[in-house]
Ligand binder design. Structure first.
Ligand code: NDP
Length: 333
């Protein structure tokens, strides 16, 4: 049993929770829009489920609910966004506003986004750019949850990496995946709902393989694909941590009085205007590849599930688990 909400009701509830916990109008709007878009696409581990984390982060002082992110063009092809300690969505909006004109002019732009509190999916970073005809990739460090290949202790974040490619007469092709075998939010949802998780998701605190979500949350997650995923997680640490002057995942933890919790961190977005390579055939060439992929039975493009879900949720609304709905009402006060 759960609660059925329209997308407008999702937005209003998320925004009210943020406003009630110390976030100003602009930051509450930005968080609520990100959360609502995740519910719209049925990305449940980054929808309303994340509101207690964002609101708690602001209430505890880990994140600044009145942050005013600022973007600076520090070189022709480089943008530095100071997130001002706020929840990530407003800083990402600020980054997009700076990236789009710069990449049209320059052809390629890398943007650092520092001092943000990021609990969202990463497709919102690349999809709006791909919708404007821009190829984009983004990656972000997270809390220290994933063991390095062969190790048993958490070190890397679950470190998502997202990529967006514009399409001719269709929504962009977008993939967004954690370097971990499973996103932490999914493991937390399995724990909440009393389900086990697939083998290979993680190990317990003694380093033994387990399918028990609680044991994994107390032990360590594993990267997808063994050492290959672990190398991607390492790359994300280097790009979204070292390169942009941010923290590594193992440095993001803070204690504001209630034990260690995720603190502020950083991410990077790299955007390319494909038209600046001189040819105008890139869209057609992309479609050729997509046609080849889709000609095989059983295939689909990444992002398609989300786009299809939009039709369903805009018509039917979304189902929110009763326990989550009740906790949000409490948070809203
Ligand atoms: P999934 O494994 O669910 O999906 C990864 C990608 O693969 C998606 O783009 C998905 O597209 C695509 N995909 C899935 N099945 C197929 C298929 N059969 N054919 C083609 N493409 C497919 O994601 P993860 O569990 O790895 O990550 C979930 C979310 O967690 C991500 O949004 C990530 O950004 C987020 N996250 C956020 C963190 C943070 O710190 N903020 C940390 C770690 C993760 P589709 O959406 O269409 O299904």
């Amino acid at each position: 049993m759960g609660k059925k909400l329209t997308l407008d009701e999702v937005f209003d509830l998320a925004k009210a929770c943020m406003l009630a916990n110390g976030c100003d109008e602009a930051n509450s709007d930005a968080v609520a829009r990100t959360v609502t878009n995740a519910e719209r696409d049925m990305c449940l581990s980054h929808g309303l489920f994340r509101v207690p984390g964002y609101a708690g982060g602001v209430k505890s002082g880990v994140a600044r609910g009145t942050a005013r992110p600022v973007a600076k063009r520090i070189a022709p092809g480089l943008i530095a966004v100071d997130g001002d300690g706020g929840p990530a969505p407003l800083a990402i909006q600020t980054a997009h506003e700076a990236i789009i004109p710069a990449v049209r002019e320059q052809g390629i732009v890398a943007a650092s986004i520092n001092d943000i509190f990021h609990l969202s999916a990463l497709w919102p970073e690349v999809e709006p750019l791909a919708e404007q005809g821009i190829v984009a990739m983004a990656c972000c460090v997270a809390g220290s949850y994933v063991a390095p290949a062969g190790g048993t202790k958490p070190l890397f974040g679950t470190n998502p990496f997202a990529f967006g490619w514009p399409r001719k007469d269709a929504p962009p092709a977008v993939f967004d995946q954690a370097s971990a075998a499973m996103a932490r939010g999914e493991i937390q949802i399995a724990q909440r709902d009393g389900h086990s998780v697939p083998e290979g998701t993680g190990i317990d605190k003694d380093g033994k393989p387990t399918t028990d979500p609680t044991a994994i949350l107390e032990g360590a997650q594993l990267a997808f694909g063994g050492y290959k995923g672990a190398s991607l997680a390492m790359m994300v640490e280097l790009l979204a941590g070292a390169l942009v002057g941010g923290k590594f995942s193992y440095e993001t933890s803070v204690d504001v009085g209630n034990g260690p919790t995720l603190g502020r961190h950083s991410e990077v977005i790299i955007a390319i205007d494909p038209a600046r390579f001189g040819g105008d055939g890139f869209l057609d060439r992309g479609e050729e590849l997509f046609d080849k992929i889709l000609s095989q039975e059983g295939t689909r493009l990444p992002g398609e599930r989300r786009f299809n879900n939009r039709e369903i949720t805009s018509r039917e609304g979304v189902d929110v688990p009763q326990s989550l709905f009740d906790s949000l009402l409490e948070l809203r006060g």
